[in-house]
Design a protein around this ligand. Structure first.
Ligand code: SF4
Length: 227
């Protein structure tokens, strides 16, 4: 398996936000979102066996605890990553999978909490969500829309209503996109869409979504890696 980094930090953007978590960042992505903050994971990394990955996670934080499989796009390495998720579950971890929603998710173990993106029009990767993945969503899963403007918001609002997403999953997350070159101040000035504006829209339209901020970018420098 090709791995960019394994590190322990605070989970930043889901209903698990704020909890200690070991992140396993897999190398490679087939999308190129305009606001991507993980471009460093597109290439490089190191080859690791499943045993090495398990050992590093256990050294960092023994079970039980939270492990997030992320990327890049982890499901590009499905053959290796599915067995790792099964091993982590068997060891007693709660496992989160952060995925773009473009790859099929039917073979992800049921107990894994999937945090699935639906890419909006101005992400640079619209229409990449695999609609059949709606059928793979479980009631503990979460669906995330990263929004950079009103057009993205209206797309997300309408998608949530059309597919009755709030009834299918544990949480629908609306997250303002962050400037990918953000550095320095740890505040909302780096958001492409003002969170206050987004809050007003959610309230005005009674959208059953959770306003989600990437809290690690308010705790550490937004440019910091490995946090
Ligand atoms: S899917 Fe994720 S890792 Fe890939 S380009 Fe988009 S934001 Fe970056």
């Amino acid at each position: 398996m090709q791995i960019t980094e394994i590190y322990k930090s605070i989970q930043g953007e889901s209903t698990y936000a704020g909890l200690p978590c070991v992140f396993v960042r897999l190398t490679g992505c087939n999308l190129r979102c305009s606001w991507c903050d993980s471009e460093f994971s597109f290439y490089g990394g190191r080859k690791m066996s499943s045993e090495d990955v398990m050992a590093e996670i256990e050294r960092s934080s023994p079970a039980p605890g939270l492990v997030e499989i992320t990327g890049g796009e982890p499901m590009l390495q499905e053959k290796e990553v599915v067995p790792i998720m099964e091993r982590l579950l068997a060891a007693g971890y709660t496992v989160l999978l952060e995925t773009s929603g473009e790859r099929p998710l039917s073979r992800v173990p049921k107990s894994v909490v999937k945090i699935v993106d639906v890419k909006c029009p101005h992400s640079g990767e619209p229409d990449t969500f695999a609609m059949e993945n709606l059928g793979s969503l479980n009631s503990h899963d979460e669906v995330k829309f990263v929004l950079s403007d009103r057009i993205d918001y209206e797309f997300a609002r309408d998608f949530v209503a059309q597919h009755r997403l709030a009834e299918r999953v544990h949480a629908v997350l609306f997250s303002p996109a962050f400037r990918k070159d953000a550095t320095g101040a740890r505040d909302a000035s780096h958001c492409l869409l003002d969170p206050r504006q987004l809050a007003d829209w959610i309230l005005a339209d009674n959208v059953p979504a959770r306003l989600s901020l990437q809290i690690h970018k308010f705790v550490w420098d937004p440019a910091a890696k490995g946090v």
